[in-house]
Design a protein around this ligand. Structure first.
Ligand code: ATP
Length: 366
């Protein structure tokens, strides 16, 4: 098993208008860790993964696997295996042959190939599919075969490039849990790319959030969710996303207030020292939808009052979109609260949970 270090890694795709796909990316992935690279389309996740696999030349920096710089080591000698988004199975081969192929070309003895293929098939629950061709498999079964093909090679590092994106929502949830269980069982280093923040939050030991080729923040799911370092990370993780409001910081009779224009909220005392340098200035306040409770009656300096524009009952909770003259705020409220579109309601925020960001840089104010 292996540690993977990316040191100031960069990638520029040449051509008439060069694209800086990955910029100065430094990450240390520990042995046996499950790290998820997440970010919007085009942020450089796949390019990073392909550079680790050796499928893409690097433009700068170093990739170190188990203490060895692998920049110039060809993919087949890196002891890494990659599961692709489209699974890349050979259509004319059976499941068994697909899984055995990589071992055959490495001249592994037949008996050992057979043992490894059957062991991987057992782990993945596909023993009864070994004779079938890929076209006779469902999407989820094909996905398992692609994972099985990686398992049999017993690589030091597993790379996954959006392996669940071709599956329907229900199967995605099931395979998410299966891949997490597989990680537990194999105790291998895994690097997983996705644009789906729920996959990142549910599967990762640590998440790397990327944007425009740059690493925004690295941390455990809860670290990133509770202490985002900037507005991008705060807004990217969480559904519905965090509410952002531009507010003036006011200081009155020993307390701080956050004045948005159409509402004003008294800050929690916890935040006094954070807010004091910003008195009289505008900042961004962030409140997650779950940081509100539904309130029958508006209260001065404590609630956000507005008109319900959308109600989304989800069974275990209800999302309400509340329009104020200046903003639309999303709140997650109890499913027992009966609210209707067009009604005037009040949302009571838990101000201790509020996050604050610099107006110009978007960086969190600590
Ligand atoms: P997605 O989630 O859509 O797969 P991504 O985050 O994986 O996106 P990359 O595929 O790594 O992003 O692409 C990063 C940037 O590099 C994008 O702007 C993309 O257009 C560009 N890019 C990727 N491959 C090439 C290439 N072969 N030639 C030129 N530019 C490329």
């Amino acid at each position: 098993m292996a540690q993977v270090i990316l040191k100031n890694l960069s990638k520029v795709y040449g051509g008439k208008t060069p694209v800086e796909a990955v910029k100065d990316c430094s990450i240390e992935i520990k042995d046996k860790e499950f790290v998820v690279l997440v970010g919007p389309s085009g942020c450089g996740k796949t390019t990073t993964l392909r550079m680790i696999a050796g499928l893409e030349e690097i433009s700068g920096g170093e990739i170190i696997i188990d203490g060895q710089v692998v920049n110039h080591i060809p993919p087949k000698d890196r002891d890494i295996d990659m599961v692709f988004q489209n699974y890349a199975l050979y259509p004319h081969m059976s499941v068994y042959e697909n899984m055995a192929f990589g071992l055959k070309i490495r001249k592994i003895p037949r008996k050992e190939i057979d043992a490894r293929v059957h062991e991987a098939a057992r782990i993945l629950g596909i023993e009864d599919l070994l004779k079938r061709k890929p076209k006779a498999l469902s999407g989820g079964q094909r996905q398992r075969v692609a994972v099985g093909r990686a398992i049999v090679r017993q690589p030091k590092v597993f790379l996954f490039d959006e392996p669940l994106s071709n599956l329907d929502a229900k199967l995605r949830v099931q395979m998410r849990a299966e891949i997490s269980a597989l990680h537990e069982k194999l105790q291998a280093t895994m690097i997983y790319v996705t644009h789906d923040q729920i996959e990142a939050l549910t599967m990762a030991d640590r998440i790397v959030v990327m944007k425009d080729g740059e690493v925004q923040q690295v941390g455990t799911p809860m670290e990133l969710y509770n202490n985002p370092e900037n507005m991008f990370v705060a807004g990217f993780l969480g559904t519905p996303p965090m509410n952002f409001m531009a507010v003036f910081v006011e200081y009155e009779n020993g307390s701080y207030y956050l004045n948005e224009g159409s509402f004003r909220l008294k800050a929690n005392m916890l935040h006094d020292s954070i807010l004091s340098p910003y008195a009289g200035k505008k900042i961004i306040m962030g409140l997650r939808p779950e940081d509100f409770t539904f309130c029958m009656k508006g209260e001065v300096d404590r609630t956000i009052n507005g008109t319900v524009s959308v109600v989304e009952p989800l069974g275990s909770e209800t999302n309400v979109y509340v329009s104020t003259p200046t903003n639309t705020i999303t709140g997650k409220i109890s499913p027992t609260a009966i609210v209707h579109k067009g009604e005037t309601i009040s949302l009571l925020p838990t101000m201790a949970k509020a996050k604050f960001f610099d107006m110009d840089t978007g960086k969190a104010i600590f």
